[in-house]
Design a protein around this ligand. Structure first.
Ligand code: UD1
Length: 420
């Protein structure tokens, strides 16, 4: 069994380079299967979610390999040799993003119902509704989603909620459908815009990504893209920003797009954290006392649910009362119980958490329950007096490239250890 041991109480200081965006990379890797030619992708993070997606895509017959530490080569197969395997898919929720591309390009998709983090119900009804509206037949059979279609046809799709995954699946499928597709009430996350830019680089015609309505003119093939570079990971960046503030440090983040971090920057400034922005870097400093803040998670450009747990940790030692309302995933407060073990005062009622600032956290044994909860516990360990032992570190490895060496280069003391 592996765990992470953090010796807390050190301020983070120095520079850190942010890796490519996990969520954009996973979607773009799926979209690459729709190409007729090989594609090279730059700025792909070397994390376990990406490694699992490589295995899934490889099993289906694609040629896929690293050309460099963050450069991935993908040659789509002529035909799908094997369905996406359950053993892999259950570990990666984002494998549901194979559905749209496989249906559109190969006319058939069979993907085991996806797993991933245990943060709520996470249904796929909106994905199915969109693809069915384009003429696909979708059925569930023994834990697999099976979709078939001769050729998808363009349609008008309204999403009842701006789901990131549903927007991506329908947008990708529409690129190879016959005629025009209009998707209304779509997600506006930067990863959606990045995926649309990649699709357009391949020869698709996607307009409106980043607004509420996306229009796609279907094409019969996508064969123009040779190389594409993925955006930086705003959630990895956000996690280091909060870690810097929580340890009253001074950190320069490189390879970031500050615009993508606006909702977090605004909240941190409200909490009296100092932030200096430049074109592709951010400096985060917290010297004086911080102020409590209230947070509501919302679809982009609202405050991201993926940064909620990390902010909760920061607020545990801010004097006064802070309130967090989680509107996206109902199980995202599991980390509160772990934080209480470190001495935090948090009361959870339904979708609301009330945090009373305490003078300090003390190290303890805690357990990561999902990727962002794991990141939050790392930050808690950095803040706490004494040692914090975090079990289930595999959750953190899903989304944070080289987190141990990155944190230690900023002056932290973080060690992965293997227990008998
Ligand atoms: C993506 C991100 C994840 C992030 C989340 C919200 C990836 C790989 N993952 O997840 O990191 O936390 O966006 O920003 O990009 N819903 C439905 N029906 C559906 C689909 C979703 O009701 O068919 C609901 C979900 O239960 C949830 C909400 O919509 O309450 C948001 O989910 P969604 O935006 O789809 O998240 P993911 O794409 O799974």
């Amino acid at each position: 069994m592996r765990k992470i041991v953090v010796s807390g109480g050190r301020s983070l200081k120095g520079k850190v380079k942010i890796s490519g965006a996990k969520n954009a990379s996973l979607a773009i890797m799926c979209a690459a299967l729709m190409a007729d030619k090989p594609v090279v992708l730059d700025n792909i993070p070397y994390i376990s979610d990406v490694k699992i997606m490589i295995e899934i895509i490889g099993t289906m017959g694609a040629e896929i390999r690293w050309l460099d530490s963050d450069v991935l080569y993908i040659k789509p197969p002529e035909t799908i040799s094997q369905d996406a395997p359950y053993e892999k898919v259950k570990k990666l929720r984002a494998s549901n993003l194979l559905l749209g591309p496989l249906l559109a390009k190969y006319g058939r998709a069979s993907v085991a119902l996806p797993g991933g983090c245990n943060i709520g119900v996470r249904p796929m009804d909106l994905h199915f509704k969109g693809l069915a509206g384009m003429g696909a037949e979708i059925r569930l059979e023994r834990g697999f989603v099976i979709g078939t279609a001769d050729r998808l046809t363009g349609a008008r799709v309204y999403l009842d909620f701006p789901s990131v995954g549903a927007t991506e699946n329908i947008m990708m499928a529409a690129c190879l459908a016959e005629g025009q597709t209009i998707i209304e009430n779509v997600a506006k996350e930067p990863e959606i815009v990045d995926l649309a830019n990649f699709l357009n680089a391949m020869g698709a015609k996607v307009r409106g990504a980043g607004t509420d309505v996306i229009k796609i003119e279907g094409k019969s093939e996508l064969n123009q893209c040779q190389r594409y570079s993925v955006i930086p990971d705003r959630i990895e960046a956000g996690t280091y920003m909060v870690a810097a503030a929580a340890t009253r440090g001074d950190v320069l983040l490189e390879n970031v797009i500050p615009k993508h971090l606006e909702p977090l920057i605004a909240k941190l400034r409200e909490a009296k954290v100092e932030i200096e922005e430049s074109e592709d870097s951010l400096r985060v400093k917290a010297a004086g006392p911080l102020a409590p803040v209230d947070i509501k998670t919302l679809p982009y450009p609202g405050f991201p649910t993926d940064m909620q747990s990390q902010m909760m940790v920061l607020l545990t030692t801010v004097p006064g009362t802070s309130v967090i309302v989680e509107n996206i995933f109902e199980n995202r407060f599991q980390v509160a119980d772990e934080l209480k073990r470190l001495g935090a005062k948090i009361k959870v009622e339904g979708r609301m958490a009330v945090i009373e600032g305490v003078p300090e956290l003390q190290g303890a044994h805690v357990k990561a329950t999902d990727l962002r909860a794991g990141a939050a516990l790392l930050i808690a360990g950095l803040m706490a007096r004494g040692e914090t032992h975090i079990s289930n570190p595999q959750y953190i490895l899903r989304g944070y490239q080289d987190f141990e060496s990155k944190l230690n280069s900023l002056g932290a003391c973080v060690k992965s250890v293997t227990l008998e």
